[in-house]
Design a protein around this ligand. Structure first.
Ligand code: HEM
Length: 400
């Protein structure tokens, strides 16, 4: 993973998957190789250098969300977590308030959800030429992709307008408690071509919430199915943060850190890293990899391998305590990938998950799976590995 030029993204398949282009595009940081990748990544990294600018907007959205849950004794998780993570992303990264939690943005969001499911339908990926057939399902897919695409361009236009209005300086928290300079503004200021801005927007829209909402789903699943873990996690929070939750107060929570890492180990939302190929003949250990070989890293099997983890089926946050974790285990844990192309939003997502768990367990004295609730895995859009949240029905008991 460290030698990204030896194992670049396999861009040769893009032309076959032409139907994906108007949805996700090929020019984003996710899709390109060096030298283009390096110049985009160095710029985009700047938006993620200081996590503390995201703290307030994240807390605000998470609390709005939990207040809704507080008014209910039983919730069907459904797409609530998707809306939460999308609203957090939009505030922190796009500099706008989608407010999907209050029912806004429903048309583009529905179009996005429809498109995601449609483009990652295995039949279309294996037989891309079927997307050219005059079928009703294809027409629906392209109609929805078009709605989402138009929304991306609209967001870009609105950003340009805002930039004209406020010609201010560096990234800081503005009056609405969100970073004053959005990722889109940064891209425009650095003169990235319009299509590159658009493709990054859609890739950030997808990568920036889809995986985190799956992780939150798994965390909820762990908490409701392991009352002992739930109790230990809550106790750590009550002991360490008896008062207000601050950026500094969430730093020293080893059990919660272990819980989040354990969730990502047992259920890595990405499932696997795909779409790489060997750029030349390469030898790793005693394995010879001829140039052009396609590479897939199976994250799910690596982080559930008994040879590495001993008892991988057991969810045990303590395994992450410094005295317990081995070097091999640390290396095998790569839900965010590794090396220079490691997920750009890793720390962003880890903090969002932590704030979520902290407030959740502070605000609710007990969380239980309802008798009619179920925890079942399913394959989400973009090949993500997620719990079926439509079946997750949770009983909530408010803290006094
Ligand atoms: C639990 C949450 C997340 C997980 C498990 C995750 C996982 C990953 C993985 C495995 C990759 C590497 C993919 C590859 O090389 O094929 C990746 C890349 C990426 N992720 Fe994430 N991600 C998460 C959250 C986020 C967030 C919150 C953002 C944005 C705010 C984000 C944006 C990106 C981008 C732009 C890339 C491409 C980076 C590059 O190629 O340089 N991700 N992510």
């Amino acid at each position: 993973m460290k030698k990204i030029d030896d194992f670049p993204k396999d861009t040769s398949g893009y032309s076959k998957l032409e139907f994906l282009r108007p949805f996700l595009g090929w020019k984003s940081v996710f899709g390109v190789n060096n030298p283009e990748w390096h110049s985009q990544r160095s710029l985009l990294n700047k938006a993620f250098v200081s996590n503390n600018i995201f703290f307030q907007p994240m807390c605000k959205k998470i609390n709005t969300f939990l207040s809704k849950w507080e008014n209910q004794e039983k919730v069907c998780v459904g797409n609530d977590l998707q809306k939460l993570t999308l609203d957090v992303l939009a505030c922190c990264i796009f500099g706008v308030d989608f407010d999907t939690l209050n029912g806004k943005l429903s048309e583009p969001l529905e179009a996005y959800n429809y498109s995601l499911k449609a483009v990652f339908n295995p039949i279309r990926l294996i037989f891309p030429s079927t997307t050219k057939l005059p079928l009703k399902s294809n027409k629906e897919m392209f109609k929805n992709i078009n709605i989402f695409d138009k929304y991306c361009w609209k967001m870009m236009e609105e950003t340009k307008k805002r930039m004209e209005e406020k010609k201010n300086g560096d990234i800081f928290i503005d009056n609405d408690e969100r970073p004053a300079k959005s990722l889109i503004e940064m891209m425009y200021e650095n003169n990235l071509p319009e299509q590159t801005v658009r493709d990054n927007l859609s890739i950030f829209f997808l990568a920036g919430h889809e995986t985190t909402f799956n992780s939150l789903g798994w965390l909820l699943a762990i908490l409701v199915s392991h009352p002992d873990i739930q109790q230990k996690a809550r106790q750590e929070i009550l002991d360490k943060i008896p008062e207000e939750v601050t950026f500094d107060s969430i730093k020293e929570l080893p059990y919660i850190d272990g819980l989040i890492k354990e969730g990502l180990r047992k259920f890595p939302p990405g499932g696997s890293i795909t779409g790489r190929k060997a750029a030349k003949d390469i030898v790793i250990g005693n394995i010879q990899i001829p140039a052009g070989t396609g590479i897939i890293i199976n994250l799910l099997s690596m982080s559930n391998d008994p040879k590495i983890w001993g008892d991988p089926d057991v969810v045990r946050p303590e395994r992450w305590f410094s005295e317990n974790i081995t070097k091999e285990q640390r290396t095998a844990w790569m839900p965010f990938s590794n090396g220079p192309r490691i997920c750009i939003g890793m720390n962003f997502s880890l903090m969002e998950q932590k704030i979520f768990v902290v407030y959740l367990l502070k605000r609710f004295h007990q969380l239980k799976l309802a008798p009619n609730g179920k925890i079942t895995p399913r394959l989400g859009g973009f090949g993500t590995y997620c719990p079926d949240t439509d079946m997750m029905i949770i009983e909530l008991e408010k803290s006094k």
